[in-house]
Design a protein around this ligand. Structure first.
Ligand code: ADP
Length: 373
């Protein structure tokens, strides 16, 4: 029995899943940590509760999801004091995401001192993007000094989905050109050539790119100055608006795509525009990544919206037949694994993501590598 515990520690929640090989033997979620009325005061109590509730016999490793690995981490890494300190140094780049992951790491190391712990970074998969794809055209010295560059996120999802898509269409992963479109609460697109990320839509932080549930995605940077100088919003207020009150929530007052689609069906104008903006942005990125790759074997949709919304997939890719991209309405409607017509030059796929499984597999591979090395 070789079990791996995967922990995804957020600011107010801890998600866990215990794997035996690729099988899930336990999973769950502790929510509302530290919130008024919440049952659990802090991450340590939450993790203790989780570990008391599951059978840890045969546990060989703990895999931690860490959002930001900066330029320092280009692969999953066994955690020691130095690695933990480096993750802590990266907090300014991910002030909302890295601190809870760190407390998860600290507590898990304390509770399970004999068990190796591995950090799996959302950014690491994108370490293969060439310099011209990660460099912003701003003052080069400032960018260098403050770590301002594209890092990209959702890497475990894009890596997993690209591999699965290659299997699904029967093209060797190391030769496949795939555009993956992850549409959850957060959303990002990725161009994957031969299993390596060569472009992605999120940037220095998980804010840029596609329109999301509550985040704007790409905007003109001048909007920030305008809202500050002319509308009188503070920088904190602008940040709060762009991260928590923008995206579908900003446009339609609602970040749950199911609800937006329900209102779309009733002809609600705000919901209609919101869906149009959302789909248009996906289309623009698919076009851009088709140009980056020069060709594509497949476009794969994943995560909550990507796996379940025929409306979004259909609208995002409508009218692209001349580019080899088309969607069969009947297959699209039933979320079939392949929703393009037979023989289409570019396969369009619906591929469920599994970030926890990918974290478990990367954790295992990292430990095997360490043992082998
Ligand atoms: P997270 O990024 O939190 O993991 P998910 O991948 O679960 O999020 O995606 C959440 C989004 O998926 C929500 O906006 C939700 O409305 C949307 N979603 C889930 N099911 C459907 C559906 N049947 N149709 C449209 N959207 C859906």
């Amino acid at each position: 029995m070789t079990r791996i515990l995967v922990l995804n520690t957020g600011s107010s929640s801890v998600k866990y899943r215990l794997f035996d090989g690729t099988a899930t033997v336990a999973k769950g979620l502790v929510e509302r940590i530290g919130e008024p009325g919440g049952e659990v005061h802090d991450h340590e109590t939450a993790l203790r509760q989780i570990m008391e509730g599951i059978d840890l016999a045969g546990l060989v490793a703990v895999g931690h999801r860490v959002v930001h690995g900066g330029s320092e981490f280009t692969r999953a890494t066994v955690i020691d004091d130095e690695v933990a300190a480096t993750i802590a140094r990266l907090v300014p780049l991910a002030p909302l995401h890295n601190p809870p992951a760190l407390s998860g790491i600290d507590v898990a190391r304390k509770l399970l001192p004999e068990v190796p712990q591995v950090a799996v970074f959302d950014t690491a998969f994108h370490a293969t993007i060439p310099p011209e794809g990660v460099t912003y055209a701003i003052d080069a010295g400032l960018a260098q000094r403050w770590g301002v560059r594209r890092y990209g996120f959702h890497g475990t999802s894009h890596a997993y989905v690209a591999r699965r898509t290659a299997e699904l269409i029967g093209v060797p992963a190391d030769r496949a050109d795939i555009i993956t479109v992850h549409l959850g609460n957060g959303a990002s697109a990725c161009a994957v050539r031969g299993g390596r990320s060569v472009a992605t839509s999120m940037g220095m932080a998980p804010q840029g790119g596609l329109v999301m549930g509550t985040r704007s995605g790409d905007i003109d940077p001048a909007i920030v100055f305008h809202l500050h100088r002319v509308a009188g919003l503070s920088i904190d207020e602008v940040e709060d608006m762009l991260t928590r009150h923008a995206g579908m929530r900003g446009l339609a007052g609602e970040n749950d795509m199911r609800e937006v689609e329900r209102r779309l069906a009733e002809g609600d104008p705000a919901a209609t525009l919101a869906v149009d903006v959302y789909c248009r942005r996906i289309r623009e990125y698919v076009g851009a990544y088709l140009a980056v790759l020069g060709r594509a074997d497949a476009i794969a949709f994943t995560a909550g919206v990507g796996q379940h919304s025929p409306i979004v997939r259909g609208r995002a890719l409508a009218g692209m037949t001349a580019l080899g991209i088309s969607v069969d309405p009947e297959r699209n409607e039933r979320n079939a694994p392949v929703i393009s017509p037979d023989g289409a030059p570019v396969a369009v796929c619906v591929v469920p993501t599994d970030e926890e499984l990918e974290i478990a597999e990367q954790t295992r591979a990292t430990l095997d590598g360490r043992v082998a090395g």
